[in-house]
Design a protein around this ligand. Structure first.
Ligand code: SAM
Length: 284
């Protein structure tokens, strides 16, 4: 078995079909659209930052066809796949933490940053740069929709199956907390007929109060917090963090142990206890 530790792009990303299958979750996108809902009518410019292989923005585009979409990501391979899948959407390579790159996207009605993309910004410096970038893309009154996991919680092993062009791909996920506030996620995945690959990568927890504070400094106000059923009452993640039996924190909306056919979309997120989907609005 190949084993590797990545801090930046995952080996997994070399298989855009799998990334797409993992994040193509209609129920999750339904929750995102509900948060955007007030802007339902007419033309809405949406920028999806950290769009991966385009699963979520592509799903949005099928559900809100009059809106205009741009997806950005730093992974050229994922973007190439997204562009093939969704020719009607503009996909561009950019790093969220690069102010010059983000300056190209101004006056958006809605910016989405999903799939815990912010949790890949491991240092405060990178997180703040990414938040600067996201905020700079909005028009006054525009919405920023972000998901975050709020507490790094050790995870038991969970297995689910992705539907892929090569047949069912088995993905096992575990999470370990080696440093407070950070989760080392290990994915072991098995494509039929190939050697299993294991990779470990780090993500940071971003509690809602922390994110709210950082965004408030950039002129954004939290207007709605959409917790999964079973989330802690308090959005600071303390319940999940202190509970040794707390469910796991895999790293994607589709990483659910309670489904056997990821790609069919049950919408349940096992990170629900510590994950939140948030809507912020830029002050007018
Ligand atoms: C978990 S995936 C998001 C999945 C995606 N939202 C979808 O619909 O499939 C996280 C993505 O964020 C991207 N990413 C992480 N940090 C980034 C950064 N600083 N700038 C641009 N993209 C970034 C990664 O390349 C990856 O594609």
């Amino acid at each position: 078995m190949k084993t590797a530790t990545y801090q930046r792009d995952l080996a997994f990303y070399r298989h855009p079909e799998l990334v797409h299958a993992m994040f193509d979750d209609p129920a999750y996108v339904g929750r995102v659209l509900r948060l955007i809902g007030a802007q339902d009518a007419g033309r809405v410019n949406v920028l999806d930052a950290g769009c991966g292989a385009g699963a979520m923005v592509g799903r949005m585009a099928t559900l809100r066809q009059t809106w205009r979409y741009t997806g950005l990501d730093r992974s050229a391979g994922l973007l190439a796949d997204a562009a093939t899948r969704y020719p009607e959407i503009v996909f561009e390579q950019a790093d969220l933490t690069d102010p010059a790159a983000m300056a190209r996207y101004r006056a958006q009605d809605v910016v989405t940053c999903l799939g815990h993309t912010l949790s890949y910004q491991l240092s405060d410096e990178h997180l703040d740069a990414a938040l600067d970038g996201l905020a700079s893309c909005l028009r006054p009154g525009g919405l920023l929709i972000i998901d975050t996991f709020q507490a790094a919680v050790a995870s038991p092993s969970l297995t689910h199956t992705l539907v892929s062009p090569w047949g069912p791909v088995r993905l096992e996920t575990t999470g370990q907390v080696r440093e407070i506030g950070f989760l080392d996620v290990t994915w072991t995945w098995q494509i039929p007929g190939r050697r299993a690959v294991r990779e470990t990568f780090r993500q940071r927890a971003i509690p809602v109060p922390d994110l709210t504070h950082r965004l408030h400094q950039r002129g954004l106000t939290l207007i709605e917090c959409d917790h999964e059923p079973g989330d802690p009452d308090e959005p600071d993640g303390s319940a999940g963090a202190s509970d040794p039996n707390s469910p796991s924190v895999p790293s994607s909306p589709k990483a659910s142990g309670d489904r056997s056919e990821a790609g069919q979309g049950s919408g349940r997120d096992v990170r629900g206890d510590v994950s939140a989907l948030l809507a912020f609005q830029l002050d007018a």
